[in-house]
Design a protein around this ligand. Structure first.
Ligand code: NI
Length: 206
């Protein structure tokens, strides 16, 4: 008589996701405040003035994560909610990152608001994906990515990526920001502009 070990499989999960980014069963929620955004925006004087005016605890964005399995092949699903605003001429952004395992891809699907996914590679390619509800962007591995809110209401995306991807935020900090910034075009819209501080990305481990 032989005995077989039956693996205990995780059960499928139904997740209720609201257009405002609220989701049931989040395993982690984190928030970023104005004080966490030091060095992110080009106009440092405007940033400091905003900190003085609104306080370092002013909420900028928050993330709900649903990570219920671990290990290769499993997924993290979540929502990112980036509040509207500007620092100087520059629209509100998330910190941005490349995945620590750089070949890991990610999907972002816009649930509400109007925003951009700003994408760059270490070798200097840029891509701007404009997102409104119903539009999604499939971000391949090896692309640095950041959300930008160019609208008047919260920009909410549903994201999904491999749970072993990880995040490398230093790549942007070490380059003194992304190559491209998104600024007011003077007519209530947005335009992409070169970041005068950007020093280039270091070669990666591709
Ligand atoms: Ni990512």
């Amino acid at each position: 008589m032989t005995s077989a070990v039956t693996p205990v499989l995780d059960q499928p999960q139904v997740i209720e996701v609201q257009p405002n980014g609220d989701m049931d069963g989040a395993t982690r929620i984190y928030k970023k405040h104005l004080g966490d955004m030091s060095g992110i925006y080009v106009d440092e004087a405007a940033y400091q003035a905003q900190v003085a005016e609104k306080g370092a605890e002013e909420l900028i964005y928050y993330v709900h994560e649903h990570k219920y399995q671990d290990g290769p092949g499993s997924l993290i699903v979540g929502t990112s909610t980036l509040l509207p605003g500007k620092v100087g001429d520059e629209y509100a952004v998330t910190r941005g990152h490349i995945h620590a395992q750089e070949n890991r891809a990610e999907l972002y699907h816009c649930l509400s608001g109007h925003g951009l996914m700003l994408l760059e590679t270490r070798s200097g390619e840029s891509f701007v994906a404009e997102l409104t509800p119903g539009k999604a962007v499939n971000v391949p591995g090896h692309w640095i990515h950041r959300s930008v809110n160019v609208g008047d209401e919260p920009f909410v995306t549903l994201f999904c990526y491999a749970s072993d991807a990880g995040q490398n935020y230093d790549i942007i900090a070490h380059a003194n920001g992304m190559k491209t910034i998104i600024v007011d075009d003077g007519e209530g819209g947005w335009k992409a502009a070169p970041n005068p501080r950007h020093g280039g990305y270091a070669a990666g481990d591709q």
